[in-house]
Design a protein around this ligand. Sequence first.
Ligand code: NAP
Ligand code: G4F
Length: 385
Amino acid sequence: MPRALITGITGQDGSYLAEFLLAKGYEVHGIIRRASTFNTHRIDHIYIDPHESNAKMLLHYGDLSDPGLLTELIYNIIPDEIYHLGAQSHVRVSFDMPEFTGNITGLGTTRILDAMRRSGIKSRFYQASSSEMFGSALPPQSETTIFQPQSPYAAAKLYAYWLTVNYREAYNLYACNGILFNHESPRRGEIFVTRKITRAVSNILSGKQHKLFMGNLDAKRDWGFAPEYVEMMYLMLQQETADDYVVGTSESYSVREFINTAFLYAGVEIEWLGEGIQTQGIVKSTSEKWNDRLQIGQVLVEIDPRYFRPTEVDYLKADISKARQKLGWEPRITFDELVNVMMDYDLLQVGITPPSKGINAVVAKGFGWTNHEFANAQALKNDIG
Ligand code: NAP
Ligand code: G4F
């Protein structure tokens, strides 16, 4: 039975990857941080008590700041594959905590690679590199684009990227960089922009929130569906030789377009007034359902400069030619389907029956294994089976 070790197993990607590898028959080991409250909600549904003979997911306490422990874990587990996803992953926060971000997001990778080198264990290694490393480089960005990082997070990821390349060349390790563009899902952390928007739309429609306060509306991102992207992580480690790959959709949309699409799916048309920090998103029209809750002209979106970044990444759009050619990568979930599935989930959380077009689309395209998010939703049970 193949054995994998995942750092960051409690995160968005770690949870999907764990599910994916368990379904492939792997024994999955994950490193989790001790917290004063439970932080395992994304993996609770796949957890089986280790005393049971069918328990294939085993969790170990650890931290990326602790090299001795990482070495011990790798030495004892002897994983065939290591997926290094753990990081301080928020770009805005990295400006507030630059040194911490360097320590965890940058040096964390060194600690794992060096644990592999010192223990002599020949695991295959995946580094969660990021399109954020391209920074101000013009789109479309590919494996050969020159990196121009614009944040402490991007600089830390770039250091980790080069360490991965260096250990591959210096010590002949099977080590890959997946340079992944933004990928989202109902499990996305609540302070990343997509989830902030889908939660806010749902909260506004249920009367729990009055307005959505935003930063830069004009930044453009190449947004894909996270469960698809973890399949690519796995594929990168199954090749004959280790290499680095860009993974994205090759389509790009602005934050403003994301907001429009999310509101519209729920039955609210947004019109934009003003410019810069005076920009406002108001209700242009609504479906009948919201007549008693929203008024035409009501302000739903405003700008709060607190959410601006000291330096911004304006435009990310992937050139996926290499992954397409060598890994057979073809993104399956469209931008609209992604927004829809996130909206379906967040509407359910506030007790609103969602249109369900999103969940039906992802199930129809073979992502039935993401269904647990919707398992308690009576309204959807008949649809998703
Ligand atoms: P995420 O949801 O923020 O998850 C980050 C994970 O890292 C969590 O499990 C977190 O644990 C863990 N972690 C943080 N600090 C740690 C530490 N000191 N020691 C051990 N574990 C620690 O991130 P994600 O969206 O799943 O992304 C996964 C990886 O891909 C990250 O490295 C991210 O930078 C990178 N990436 C993400 C995207 C994207 O669009 N999602 C794109 C490119 C690259 P807790 O749960 O305890 O906080
Ligand atoms: O959702 P975001 O915070 O993601 P960002 O900065 O692109 O980083 C994410 O993707 C990277 C891959 O490129 C990952 F490496 C990284 O770990 C993370 O997953 O912000 C997206 C855009 C930015 O331009 C930001 O300025 O949305 C803009 N934005 C506008 N208002 C906002 C907000 N972002 C957040 N988080 N909150 C706002 O209110």
